[in-house]
Structures are given as C-alpha cells and as structure tokens.
Design a protein around this ligand. Structure first.
Ligand SMILES: NC(=O)c1ccc[n+]([C@@H]2O[C@H](COP(=O)([O-])OP(=O)(O)OC[C@H]3O[C@@H](n4cnc5c(N)ncnc54)[C@H](O)[C@@H]3O)[C@@H](O)[C@H]2O)c1
Length: 428
C-alpha cells in the first residue's frame, strides 16, 4: 500500500513550514499577517521591512473556479509564494464570481482562458490546480497531463476504481508530479496525531482507530453533481476518502476486509435534478480490518446541524482522542482538542490544536494552506508528505469496498475485490 514509514523519517514540521523551510522564520518573513492590515496599505514596497510581502515565484492556473477553486485562489494569495496566473471554467458564472472575489483581495490581473487546452498549456504558467467535479477529474487530468506541468488534483482521484488506477499508472511515468487534494492530513489535530504516533511513538503499537464525522448535508454545487453516485463516486468516495486516507496512513498496513452498512434516510429524499432523483447515502458505519491486525471503524452522519469530527487512536501504551467542532452558524470559532492519555502523568496532556486564525479561516481549518505549502515545496524540488496518486487510490479502494458492502450487505474481502477490479498488482 505504499511506504508510509517515510512519514516517520520525514519531518512533519517541515511540511508545515517550520523554520527549516524558512516560511515562518523571523529572518525570512516578518509579521506576515500585518502586511495586509488596512492601516498599512499606504506603505510602498521600499518602505516595507517588517511588513514585506513575499514575492511569488510560481504561477498557477486554476481549472474549475467553484467553491474549492476559489478557496485555492485565496489560499495561494495568502501564502504569497504562488500567484494565480489564470482561470478556466466551463461556466462563465463561476469564472465571473471567482474573478470578483479575487479582486476583493488581489490586484493581480487574471488571464481568462477560453478552453481547457489553452488553460493547461500557457507557457507563462508553472503549475495547474484541478478543482472540477469528481466525474470530470479523469478527462480533465488526461488533457492537463499533456502539458507536462506539475498538477494538484482535487480529491477523489476519480469516480471509478478503473479510472483511479489508470491515473496512478499514468502518474508513474509522468515527467512531473501529481499531488492529490487529500489535505486533511494537514489539519492541526491530525498533524499532532501523526507526530504523536509516528515520531514520539508514545502510544506504542496502534491497535484500533475510530473516526467519525457528524455534519450537515452536502451543500449546493454547480449542476448538483454531488447528489448523484455516478457523478460523485458515492458519498464514501466523495467525502470520506479523506478519513480513509488518514486511517490508511496511521495503520501503515493494507486493508484485508471491509464491512459497511448505510443508506439515504433524511437528505434529498424529494430532490430531483433534470428529472433524476438524488441517490447518495447520508449515513454509514464502516469497519475495516488491516493485515497487521489493526481494526478501524468510521461513522458518518450527514443530517446534523453542526460539524463534529472525531478520531480515537489506541495503542498498547496509550490513546489519543481528537475532536474538531465547527458551528454551521459561524458564530463560534472552530476548535480542535487533542487529548493524549498514557496512563502516566508524564506525557499525558490535553492541548488545543489550531493555526493562526487567518490561516484557519482560509479553508478547511487551515489544511488547504499547508497543502499549498507542500505543493510549493514540491514545485521547488523538496520532499513532502502530501498525498500521492497511489495513496489516493488506496483511500478510494476502502471507500469503494465499503459502498459495495452497503449494496451487497456482505463483508468485502479486499483480495477478491481487488482481483475483480483488476487491481491485484497493488497487493503484491
Ligand atoms: N479537498 C477538499 O477538502 C475538498 C472540499 C470540497 C470539494 N473538493 C473537491 O473539489 C472539486 C470541486 O468541488 P466544488 O465544491 O468546488 O464544486 P463546485 O460545483 O462548486 O465547482 C466546480 C466547478 O467546476 C466547473 N466545471 C465543471 N466541469 C468542468 C470542466 N470540464 N472544466 C472546467 N470547469 C469545469 C463547474 O462549472 C464549477 O464552477 C470536487 O472534486 C470536490 O470533490 C475537495
């Protein structure tokens, strides 16, 4: 399933822009978050020292300028290392909205491309960020790869395992790199959890992982692609690939068995788009057994008012519990707590895991910001822990097996499932 042991060797803090890459070091960049404060906009660049703006050295093109495309545009601006050079979307309304929003925080001119090919092959641009709906990833990526440019592809890799496997194969011989948008590994509480499990090793051998997400329904999307299994890949692929990616990383093993139960109980029961009834699940329980004996479970409920995400990791020496709560009313700041219990006062602690509010509010509690730090680092030849296409495929394998289990009401044996989907080579 890919070598996760390199996570132990690679320093997570470097991926988070610690002093070793200079992003937050005082000598390289001072008082970053005052640089845009309204009272300091009269300062010319020559008068800026503490408030010096970073000089972007890379240019990116955003393909698909809906909710997440716009998040990437804002985050690129906030980080300041990459400038958004141009945008492309099949819907002029999405391009107009993205451009309007961009104007509210940047004076940069944006190129508006007329076709996907033009957007992918602009010689002025260094990299591409693909944020189109799931069912378009495969086709858009194939055209994007003809450019030979580095690509950040939003999750999930694709809507079918065969397309996802074809992407992994193509990425293996690609002249550049493809980073997958599984950025939850950069949420503050999971960075802390990964550090505790893989660097401090305080929990010992991990035996069980329990994750859950309680949240409101899927939001509106352009042409409502996320209400349909065919266009989204199904709820567990579309949304929960993030959690299966995290569980896979922590397990450092290969899933052998998946059992799931779930369905559509409350959401979109009377929803139709172009005559088609919504068919996505709104709740599920998933159990995964791993080859090394680790057991994991994941619970999803999508008819809650607020967002709560929880992870409990238990090893033979201790446990870690993280909880993130985000109010849907936006009247609370999001908070994530990590509690580590080692049965000994030494090392046991309860901490708040969070980023500076400007980063935290820039998208996905700051995870997208650090995904951009990693993307920029990869662009400049550094090694990072961002998601690879192979990790994207494994997250999809667990998700797709769980969806298959919901349909068949049977335990899915991963070896047979892989064989049925021509994926056996990934088990070797
Ligand atoms: N990483 C994350 O945490 C995260 C969060 C939300 C969404 N996503 C992913 O981001 C992608 C986009 O989601 P969204 O919420 O922005 O959806 P959205 O519907 O808001 O935006 C998608 C945009 O893509 C455009 N589009 C459709 N087909 C296109 C094509 N062939 N070429 C160019 N543009 C095209 C649409 O017109 C729309 O403007 C999805 O793959 C989704 O799963 C990732």
């Amino acid at each position: 399933m890919g070598d996760f042991s390199n996570l132990v060797m690679l320093r997570l803090d470097r991926a988070l822009g610690g002093p070793s890459n200079g992003y937050l070091s005082m000598s390289a960049s001072r008082l970053r978050f005052y640089e845009r404060s309204p009272g300091h906009q009269h300062l010319s660049d020559s008068d800026r020292y503490l408030l010096k703006r970073p000089m972007p050295s890379k240019r990116v093109v955003i393909i698909g300028t809906g909710t997440v495309g716009q998040e990437h545009m804002y985050v690129a601006h906030l980080l300041g290392k990459m400038v958004v050079h141009g945008i492309y979307d099949t819907e002029p309304d999405s391009m107009d909205a993205a451009e309007r929003r961009y104007r509210s925080f940047s004076e940069q001119t944006l190129v508006r491309y007329k076709s996907l090919e033009e957007a992918c092959n602009d010689p002025e641009a260094d990299a591409l960020i693909i944020c189109t709906p799931n069912h378009t990833h495969f086709e858009v990526l194939n055209i994007a790869m003809e450019s030979g440019k580095p690509i950040l592809l939003e999750k999930p890799l694709a809507t079918t395992l065969s397309d996802a496997a074809a992407i992994v194969e193509a990425s293996e011989t690609y002249s550049s790199f493809i980073q997958v948008g599984l950025q939850y590994r950069y949420k503050a509480q999971y960075v802390e959890a990964l550090h505790e499990v893989k660097m401090r090793l305080s929990l010992g051998d991990i035996k069980t992982i329990s994750m859950s997400e309680y949240r409101p329904p899927f939001l509106d999307k352009v042409k409502q692609w996320n209400k349909f299994n065919e266009q989204s890949g199904g709820t567990l692929v579309e949304k929960c690939c993030h959690y299966f990616d995290l569980i896979n990383i922590i397990s450092e093993s290969t899933p052998v068995r998946v059992y799931a139960s779930g369905g559509q109980s409350v959401n979109f029961l009377d929803f139709k788009h172009k005559g088609l009834a919504a068919d996505i699940d709104d709740h599920a329980f998933v159990i995964v057994d791993y080859k090394n004996g680790l057991r994991a479970n994941f619970s999803l409920n999508m008819f809650c008012h607020d967002f709560t995400e929880e992870m409990v990791i238990v090893g033979d020496k201790g446990s870690l519990r993280s909880i993130e709560r985000v109010s849907a009313d936006n009247d609370d700041s999001p908070e994530a707590i990590v509690a580590i219990e080692l049965g000994d006062p030494i090392g046991s602690r309860r901490i708040e895991a969070s980023y500076p509010c400007e980063i935290r509010n820039s998208g996905h509690q700051g995870a997208t910001f650090f995904e951009h730090v990693a993307f920029f680092d990869q662009l400049t030849g550094k090694q990072v822990q961002s998601a690879t296409p192979l990790q994207g495929l494994w997250a999809m394998i667990v998700a797709a097996a769980a969806q298959n289990s919901i349909l068949t009401r049977q335990v899915v044996d991963i070896s047979s499932f892989m064989s049925d989907n021509n994926l056996s080579k990934y088990l070797e």
